[in-house]
Design a protein around this ligand. Structure first.
Ligand code: AMO
Length: 458
């Protein structure tokens, strides 16, 4: 047998160009059915949201999988159907309706398949919110509650962010790479690494593609990766997942970490523009305001952030002299930056060397600090990044100073032994940036199947 590839039909189900008065055939899942005296409504769920179809007792006909005529009453939620009818103009108020200027006058409905339970999860009864029980119910039944238009919208925006990330970088000379997630050493240090048995040997799940993306710079100069990262965080918080998607970037031949920060700002401006262009429906449904990234983005040293907050009396505690940002500071400095400079983003730089991963380059002007940064968005850290060391001797010296065994990292060090350009990069947590875009309080809602300390299924 041969398949004729010319038969490929683009966008068969896209109704965007459907004209009023036209006859169309459209397939989807029944989101809701409402029977009235004169007929009723079938709400069809499509990939972007809902489509309303109007049934008339006089003219609409219904058929089951075998082609036998049935009554409208025999239809139920989550049946897969193909519906044929005429496009009519309409004004649909339901914000979940993606098609809000048209409806279909049903001529015929054909059932393709049906659920086998009488107790299909009622997507319409799910209210959005972050009460614990509701979230637990949603995550326990995620395989079906994902069909809720609001959850669909969150993950649609997430998908758009990831697409825009890849598009921008590909257009700017970056090569997409795919690196192993089963690794012999954790890249970020600390205790939050998952151990795993690998044919009798202890290995780890990658906390980040850090080593491999740096290696990639020696090959392609500029690389990016979109892949899961694993962190054995034992605490349940609204901003930590045990598996998250890391949007990683690494670039060679930089003059300083500012090159990396400028690239990230330009990348984010592109992402914001694409989300605004392609996700207007989702932003409206979720009541989300697209973030603002002005031409002049605040970029303050950690010590300056502590000072600004203290001088303006913006935090409960005095954090001056501390070697990291407290969560109340992250929120307060973002509020300050938005009110004073109209920016939803703040770069914080020059974190103390002791508190950054070993690969960070120390600041030649003050080696107790690093040329590294975090990017805060609307009160939450969405990125860490910075300039890396690029000389083998510097790595060995810092590793020994930290009590690490350089031999365990021989393949990584071998990269620098064989020559590396000055380079730097960053990683954005996809669930976190999605949550910040949409004003969602818990990052788990921005994961298709969240993994946390109590959850590995579904
Ligand atoms: P870092 O460990 O700061 O840096 O992680 C980078 C970004 O990843 C996201 N993130 C998480 N999101 C959800 N749950 C978690 N448990 C979690 N941990 C991290 C955050 C964070 O800002 N290799 C460096 C990056 C680099 O320097 O290029 C790294 O992994 O948004």
């Amino acid at each position: 047998m041969f398949l004729n590839v010319n038969q490929h039909n683009e966008n068969v189900t896209d109704l965007a160009n459907a004209k009023v008065g036209e006859s169309v055939s459209v397939s989807g899942m029944i989101h809701n059915v409402r029977v009235t005296k004169w007929g009723g409504f079938i709400v069809l769920r499509k990939s972007r949201g809902l489509l309303q179809a109007v049934v008339s007792n006089e003219t609409s006909k219904f058929f089951d999988e075998a082609g036998n005529e049935i009554a409208m009453n025999d239809l139920c939620r989550e049946m897969a159907i193909t519906l044929t009818g005429t496009v009519n103009e309409a004004k649909i108020k339901d914000p979940a309706a993606f098609y809000n200027t048209i409806e279909i006058a049903v001529a015929e409905v054909r059932v393709l398949s049906r659920p086998t339970t009488a107790e299909v999860v009622d997507m319409n009864a799910l209210k959005f919110g972050d009460e614990e029980t509701l979230l637990r119910y949603k995550f326990d039944n995620r395989q079906v509650t994902l069909r809720n238009p609001r959850d669909m919208a969150i993950l649609k925006v997430q998908s758009t962010i990831a697409r825009a990330f890849g598009e921008f970088l590909s257009a700017n000379g970056f090569t997409q790479i795919f690196t192993p997630k089963i690794v012999s050493e954790g890249a970020e240090g600390g205790a939050n690494v998952f151990k795993m048995d690998y044919f009798g040997k202890q290995v780890y799940l990658a906390q980040s593609p850090q080593f491999y993306k740096q290696i990639g710079v020696g090959v392609y100069e500029r690389v990016f990766e979109i892949a899961p990262a694993y962190r054995a965080e034992k605490h349940a918080t609204s901003r930590h997942l045990n598996e998250y998607i890391s949007l990683d970037v690494e670039m060679g031949f930089i003059k300083g970490q500012e090159d990396v920060m400028i690239l990230e700002a330009a990348l984010l401006r592109h992402i914001i523009a694409v989300v605004e262009r392609d996700c207007a429906h989702e932003l409206q449904l979720l009541n989300a305001v697209n973030p603002v990234l002005p031409e002049q983005v605040p970029a303050w040293k950690l010590s300056e952030v502590h000072e600004i907050l203290f001088e303006n009396n913006l935090c409960e505690a005095d954090h001056r002299g501390e070697d990291d940002l407290a969560p109340e500071e992250e929120r307060a400095i973002c509020k300050y930056a938005f009110e004073k400079y109209g920016s939803d983003f703040v770069f914080v730089t020059h974190f103390p060397s002791e508190h950054r991963a070993f690969y960070a380059m120390d600041d030649p002007e003050d080696p107790s600090l690093t040329l590294s940064f975090d990017l805060l968005m609307r009160g939450l850290e969405i990125t860490s990044g910075g300039q890396r060391m690029h000389k083998e001797a510097d790595y060995r010296e810092k590793m020994i100073r930290r009590g690490m065994n350089p031999d365990a990292f021989h393949f990584y060090l071998d990269t620098f032994k064989n020559g590396m350009p000055p380079h730097g990069g960053f990683a954005i947590g996809l669930e976190r940036i999605t949550a910040c875009f949409l004003g969602i309080a818990n990052v788990k809602e921005c994961s298709m199947f969240p993994r946390d300390i109590n959850r590995v299924a579904p």
